[in-house]
Design a protein around this ligand. Sequence first.
Ligand SMILES: [Cu+2]
Length: 159
Amino acid sequence: MSPITRRSALCAGLSLAACSFPPIASAHDATAGALTIGHPWARATAGAAKVGALYLTITNSGEEADRLLGVSSEVAAKCELHVSEATGDMMTMRMVDSLEIPAGDTVSFAPKGAHVMLMGLMAPLKEGTTFAATLRFEKAGEVAVDVAVQGIADLAPAD
Ligand SMILES: [Cu+2]
């Protein structure tokens, strides 16, 4: 359970959550056991949107798979793990209970793909701010990250 600090941008959503956590100057990637968490970020949200999305990468340099079991953050009432699937021309998203992080692999959460859905934002996510989130893994335990809020149309982490 090492707290990790990192900045990245958080994602996207539209909503109202305020990310009024003190910005933490970023360190970059966070590590916990065999896992390295890269570039947590989210998009700024607009208006009264109540949902946002958090993106990041998780690299497992160990010999055993781990599983991301959940995410929590004070900016949202609840965080869900979503995967996106293309069905014809439509992109649909589906909630999953957990996500495997295979040994020797990197799992990316990015726009149009897997994401951590921030449900019930407390306030809009404002570009240039950061907020705290905690990832919970089966083996690596809890990992704290700082999520950087980027522009509302950004497709990738800024740094
Ligand atoms: Cu979603």
